[in-house]
Design a protein around this ligand. Structure first.
Ligand code: NI
Length: 399
C-alpha cells in the first residue's frame, strides 16, 4: 500500500535519479538563452525533449510555447504545472562553465531552472502513468518577462480549460537553498507602468524668463509624486511608486522643450490600483498648470497581482512539511515584484511557491535580473521534489 511516508521516500529516490539530467537541461538552457517572444530554439528543445518521453501529448499553442499533457490510466482531477522559459536582455558576468553563449542575453531570473524542473517532473510522472489518477498538463510558457506576457495568451488559447488547480514555482535568490516559501493570499503585486511628458517651451539657457523650463517643473513633479505613497496612502497598504526615467535636454546652454518621466506603480489592492494613477495625474496636472506647462500622461496596467488560494496554500504547506520536514517551510512576506502566473489563477485556484536558491558560502547572492545572478543547483532537485509531491497530493495519490 502506498502511504505518504513510503511515497516521500520513493519520491526522493526518483528525483535523485533524475538529478544529473535536470542539471544538464538547466545548463543547456542557461548557455542558450532567448528573450521574451523569441524562444524559438528553447521551445524546440523543450518540445523535442517532451516528444521523447512516452505517454505525453505535446502541442504548440503559440510559436514559442509548449504544452504537454499526461493522461493517467485512472480517473481523477486535472492539474496544471507551469514553467516560464524566457531569458533577459542582460550580458552575463559569471565565469561559470555553463555561462551564456549569447552576448546580451542571459537566464538571470532562473527560468532555465524552472524549465528543467518541469521537464524532470514530466519524466517522473510519465513513468507513473499506469497508476496515475487524473491528468497533468505541463505548461512551458514563453515571455514572462515582457508585458503583455505569455500567460494571458496561453489562457486565450485554452490551456486552462478543464484545469482544477494550477501550481508553479520560482527559484528565489533572497531565500537560502533548502527552504521553500509559501504565501497565502496576495503574494506578488500588480506591476503597472506610467509615462509622462512635460511640455514646456524651450529657449536660451541665459534667458530662462523667456522659457517654460520642463526640467525645473519635472523636478517638482518627481518630488510631488513621491508624496503620493508617503502622504496619501494608508501606511499599512503596500504601494510602490518608483520613478525610473527622467530624460531631458541635449546640451548645457539650451533649455529643452520637454522632459520625459516614466516609472512603475506596484499595488495589491484593486481600489488603490485604480486610485493611485488618478492621484498621480492630478498632481502632474496641478504642478504643470501652476508653471504654465502642459503634460501628456499614459498609464499602462501590467499583470494582475498573484493571489495564492488560501486553502490550496495550506494544503501545499502540509505537503512541504511532510516531504522535507517542518523546518523547510518558510512563511514568506509578499513581494512587490510582478508575475503573470496570476493569469492562470483567474481560471482556477493556484499557488505560486518560492524555492530557495541562495548560497552565501558559494557566493550565490546576487538578486534576480543581476548580471551575476545564479542559483544553487541543489534547488533544482528540491523544486522537483516539491512539484512532484504537490502533484501527487492534488491527484489524491497520497491516500
Ligand atoms: Ni522570473
Amino acid at each position: 500500500m502506498v502511504t505518504p511516508e513510503s511515497l516521500t521516500e520513493s519520491l526522493a529516490g526518483a528525483t535523485s535519479a533524475l538529478k544529473p539530467q535536470v542539471i544538464a537541461w538547466r545548463r543547456h538552457l542557461h548557455q542558450h538563452p532567448e528573450v521574451a517572444f523569441q524562444e524559438v530554439a528553447t521551445s524546440k528543445f523543450i518540445a523535442d525533449t517532451l516528444a521523447a518521453i512516452p505517454g505525453l501529448a505535446v502541442i504548440r499553442p503559440t510559436a514559442t510555447s509548449v504544452v504537454a499533457e499526461l493522461r493517467g490510466a485512472l480517473p481523477g482531477p486535472t492539474i496544471a504545472v507551469r514553467a516560464d522559459i524566457d531569458a533577459l536582455p542582460i550580458h552575463e558576468e559569471n565565469a561559470v562553465e555553463y555561462r551564456s553563449t549569447v552576448d546580451g542575453a542571459m537566464h538571470a531570473c532562473g527560468h532555465d531552472g524552472h524549465t528543467a524542473i518541469v521537464l524532470g517532473l514530466a519524466t517522473l510522472l510519465a513513468s507513473r502513468q499506469a497508476d496515475l489518477t487524473g491528468c497533468v498538463r505541463f505548461i512551458f510558457q514563453h515571455a514572462e518577462e515582457l508585458s503583455p506576457g505569455g500567460a494571458e495568451e496561453l489562457v486565450e488559447h485554452g490551456v486552462m480549460e478543464g484545469i482544477d488547480q494550477v501550481i508553479g514555482l520560482h527559484l528565489w535568490s533572497p531565500v537560502p537553498c533548502g527552504r521553500i516559501g509559501l504565501i497565502s493570499g496576495p503574494a506578488m503585486a500588480a506591476p503597472d507602468t506610467f509615462q509622462c511628458t512635460i511640455i514646456g517651451a524651450g529657449g536660451h539657457a541665459a534667458a530662462p524668463q523667456q522659457t517654460v523650463d520642463p526640467i525645473a517643473i519635472g523636478a517638482q513633479v518627481v518630488t510631488a509624486l513621491h508624496q503620493v505613497v508617503s502622504r496619501s496612502v494608508d501606511p499599512l497598504d503596500p504601494v510602490v511608486v518608483s520613478i525610473t526615467q527622467f530624460v531631458a535636454g541635449t546640451t548645457f546652454n539650451v533649455i529643452p522643450n520637454s522632459a520625459y518621466i516614466a516609472g512603475t506603480i506596484r499595488t495589491f489592492d484593486p481600489v488603490l490600483r485604480a486610485d493611485v494613477p488618478q492621484r498621480m495625474e492630478r498632481i502632474i496636472r496641478g504642478v504643470t498648470e501652476a508653471f504654465g506647462a502642459k503634460y501628456e500622461w499614459t498609464y499602462e496596467p501590467g499583470y494582475r497581482p498573484v493571489v495564492n488560494d488560501p486553502a490550496l496554500t495550506e494544503r501545499l504547506a502540509a505537503v512541504v512539511e511532510r516531504t522535507f520536514g517542518a523546518e523547510t517551510l518558510l512563511d514568506l512576506r509578499p513581494t512587490m515584484g510582478g508575475e503573470d502566473f496570476s493569469a492562470y489563477q483567474q481560471q482556477a485556484p493556484g499557488v505560486f511557491a518560492f524555492v530557495g536558491a541562495r548560497n552565501e558560502e558559494a557566493g550565490i547572492i546576487h538578486p534576480h535580473h543581476h548580471p551575476r545572478f545564479d542559483i544553487d543547483e541543489r534547488s533544482l532537485d528540491i523544486g522537483l521534489q516539491y512539484l512532484a509531491a504537490a502533484t501527487f497530493d492534488l491527484l489524491g495519490m497520497t491516500v
